[in-house]
Design a protein around this ligand. Structure first.
Ligand code: C2E
Ligand code: MG
Ligand code: MG
Length: 410
């Protein structure tokens, strides 16, 4: 194949950097895998290259329009390219730029501090290729604006909701110790929707209680089936919006379901997000106490991004802490994330709470979480969320964390 044919099938990488040496280096490092175009300023002479770029490598410090200001322009492109921010600035500034990019909707963004070696660049580009575009609040918002909590209740009455299950693995025993139930909506017009598209419309509404109990019942039935079908003996977790804890009848109705379907309460766990738990309403604490008295476990989800975390550790209100994915995704590259994760593990060990890390996407992160003392992990590296039938065949073939790469599903 000649060069021009080759270039036309390679993904396009646009390097925006006023440093000609860096430009030349990048080209040399990646020319086997990318067709590289270059621009010495944030306003490329060839606007077409901006539109066509699969990936943009962006410097932050440039004359005229600087890289940070230009992130907004990149975010307005459709489709949005992947973004690699490479800069010589201090890590905290680069992280702020990353945060801005993500908030503007560039969900596939990665950062590197210059100088950059060939291996670092190639690794970062591979990570970008395999990173999944997350649904942003902004893009999901366009759909969810048109979805009311009433539509959700109608959908649930019509049986349009189903649950996917994502395994949780014990790093000590390398066995599957639990599953998290994650809702999906087979919407008759919009197709299969993940929760980002509709869960916000629901969580603050009065319908949240009925919806959560419907999810609980589905999860309990599926877990009983999985126990019989493939011998799954772990816990099932559901996500419970904090508002639901204001319901006086929630605990009793949940316990009735567990009894009727034949699932022991100690195999059931409620994950409650840290965000929204600031409420001082006594009913919230009363519900949490009653759930735990019945043997149901409580996990504090997305720990680290809310404001109530430390007080919840102090009151030992939870059995488990789930560290938010944002601290795990860059655990191996960000000293700040590592320090935060180490502190959470230390605090949790002092009060006897189990620590779970979610969002493990690669082996180095898995190994590091193990070294730092995390008990259980959940993430795409071990398995993606999957329907219950797929879970059973996945579990029966699970080779253990040491061979986790073989076990990645989907
Ligand atoms: P969550 O409870 O923190 O669940 C974990 C989310 O992270 C799931 O997204 C899961 O698919 C995703 N995830 C797991 N491992 C990885 C990984 O390695 N990399 C990446 N990038 N993502 C990973 P999902 O299923 O889209 O759910 C999003 C959120 O929606 C959940 O976050 C939870 O807050 C909410 N949610 C899901 N199901 C329910 C439900 O039944 N009821 C309520 N109220 N909320 C739900
Ligand atoms: Mg959760
Ligand atoms: Mg979470």
């Amino acid at each position: 194949m000649n060069d021009s044919n080759n270039a036309s099938i390679l993904p396009l990488l646009l390097v925006i950097d006023d440093d000609e040496f860096f430009q030349a280096q990048v080209k040399l490092f990646v020319e086997d895998t990318y067709a590289v175009t270059q621009s010495l300023s944030a306003l490329p002479a060839d606007a077409q290259s901006l539109l066509q770029a699969d990936t943009i490598v962006l410097d932050l410090n440039m004359p005229g329009v600087d890289g940070v200001s230009f992130i907004k322009t990149i975010a307005s492109l459709n489709p949005k390219p992947k973004l690699l921010i490479a800069s010589g600035y201090d890590n905290s500034i680069i992280e702020l730029a990353r945060s801005a990019a993500e908030l503007y909707g560039l969900t596939q963004t990665i950062v590197l501090q210059k100088p950059v070696s060939k291996d670092q660049l190639l690794e970062a580009l591979v990570a970008l290729e395999f990173s999944n575009a997350r649904i942003t609040d902004a893009s999901a918002g366009q759909v969810s604006d048109n979805i009311s909590s009433n539509d959700i209740i109608k959908g649930s009455q019509a049986g349009e909701f189903l649950l996917f299950y994502q395994p949780q693995i014990s790093l000590k025993s390398e066995t599957v110790v639990g599953i998290e139930a994650l809702v999906r909506w087979d919407h008759p017009q919009l197709g299969r929707l993940s929760p980002a598209y509709f869960i916000h419309s629901l969580e603050d509404s009065a319908e949240a209680i009925e919806f959560t109990l419907m999810i609980a019942d589905l999860a309990i039935q599926d877990t009983v089936q999985m126990t019989h079908k493939c011998g799954f003996m772990g816990k099932v977790s559901i996500n419970v919006p904090p508002k639901v804890l204001l319901s006086e009848s929630f605990t009793d109705r949940l316990c009735d379901m567990l009894r009727t379907r034949g699932l022991a309460p100690d195999r059931f766990q409620c994950e409650i997000t840290e965000r929204g738990l600031e409420s001082q309403d006594p009913q919230v604490s009363a519900t949490m106490a009653r759930l735990r008295m019945k043997g149901i476990q409580l996990s504090i989800d997305d720990f680290g991004v809310g404001q109530s975390g430390l007080s919840k550790i102090k009151t030992r209100a939870f059995d488990e802490i789930k560290i938010d994915r944002s601290f795990i995704s860059d655990l191996t590259s960000s000293l700040d994330s590592r320090s935060i994760v180490e502190s959470i593990i230390h605090l949790a060990s002092l009060v006897g709470m189990r620590v779970v890390a979610e969002g493990i996407e690669d082996n180095p992160t898995l190994l590091l979480t193990k070294r730092l003392g995390v008990a259980n992990v959940q993430g795409y590296y071990c398995a993606r969320p999957m329907p219950k039938d797929e879970f059973c065949s996945w579990m029966l073939n699970w080779p253990g964390c040491g061979k986790a790469s073989k076990a990645v599903v989907g």
